[in-house]
Design a protein around this ligand. Structure first.
Ligand SMILES: C[S@@+](CC[C@H](N)C(=O)[O-])C[C@H]1O[C@@H](n2cnc3c(N)ncnc32)[C@H](O)[C@@H]1O
Length: 254
């Protein structure tokens, strides 16, 4: 499909439109015969409620609504304790919002935004490049296609690696902790990582204590969690575990 480039920055939304449209269409379709049967009415209302929930979440996340996406990305950047010169990798960059934030915050850094840009998300390398141009940082930012489980980089390449809400999405990684091990491979010795994801969800990453123990076993120092989900800017409505209720920053040093 051809990407249509607008002349304005577009970072997209973490709630894909299909999560709104599919339940609403299903709800309406089921409700029609439901006029004659309670089972259909209840089923239809459940699907409609799901569609309405995701519509509200979409609005809260968007820049013109609650602006939560921007605040979550800003929180990550605010927890980067780094002198600011060197090579940076942003894994699962989407349309590049975090990559561009980093370029603005660290004017001496060169930043690579990487994503596999699959069909599940409405993001593309063309929109990333256009966004970087519009933000005035294109000369220090580049974008690369690749997968978080097998990064297309040599060992010890980066001074800083970041990633926002990506590892739990990586289908190819049966164990999502493999993505963290890949981060450590491409980090230079002494390099730092600041990752933000559903790290408090046991099903993906084990318990927080297990993850900390594993990281120390892998030789990571100064490793800690910072609980994004407790931030006051995140409303209760989007604190379900599969939304932002289990989100935390995990940061440390190789
Ligand atoms: C929730 S979005 C977050 C995007 C971006 N980090 C942000 O803050 O807006 C998840 C991202 O993970 C990317 N992704 C999923 N699987 C991936 C993989 N195997 N390798 C690299 N990126 C992947 C998706 O393409 C999508 O851009």
């Amino acid at each position: 499909m051809k990407t249509v480039l607008k002349n304005e920055i577009e970072y997209g939304n973490w709630v894909p439109q299909k999560m709104i449209l599919i339940p609403i269409i299903l709800g309406i379709t089921i409700l029609m015969p439901g006029l004659f049967h309670w089972g259909f009415i209840i089923g239809g209302l459940i699907f409609l409620s799901i569609g309405i929930y995701f519509t509200i979440a979409w609005h809260l996340f968007s820049a013109k609504g609650g602006n939560i996406q921007d605040q979550v990305q800003e929180l990550l950047v605010n927890h980067i304790d780094w002198q600011g010169a060197g090579n940076v990798l942003d894994i699962g960059c989407g349309n590049g919002p975090l990559t561009i934030k980093l370029a603005k915050r660290f004017p001496e850094a060169n930043i690579t935004g990487l994503d596999y840009w699959g069909k599940n998300w409405n993001y593309s390398i063309q929109v990333c490049e256009k966004n970087a141009q519009l933000a005035g940082v294109a000369e220090r930012v580049s974008f690369q296609q690749g997968s978080a489980v097998q990064l297309p980089s040599e060992d010890n390449s980066y001074d800083l690696v970041v990633s926002n809400l990506t590892f739990h999405e990586v289908m190819q990684a049966k164990d999502k902790r493999d993505c963290i091990q890949e981060v450590l491979r491409v980090l230079k010795p002494g390099g730092i990582f600041v990752l933000q994801d559903l790290f408090l969800l046991k099903a993906y990453f084990g318990t927080p204590q297990e993850l900390l123990d594993l990281m120390r076993l892998w030789g990571v120092s100064d490793v800690e969690f910072i609980r994004t989900c407790d931030e006051p800017f995140i409303p209760g409505l989007v604190k379900l575990p599969f939304m932002l209720g289990a989100v935390s920053i995990l940061r440390g040093k190789k």
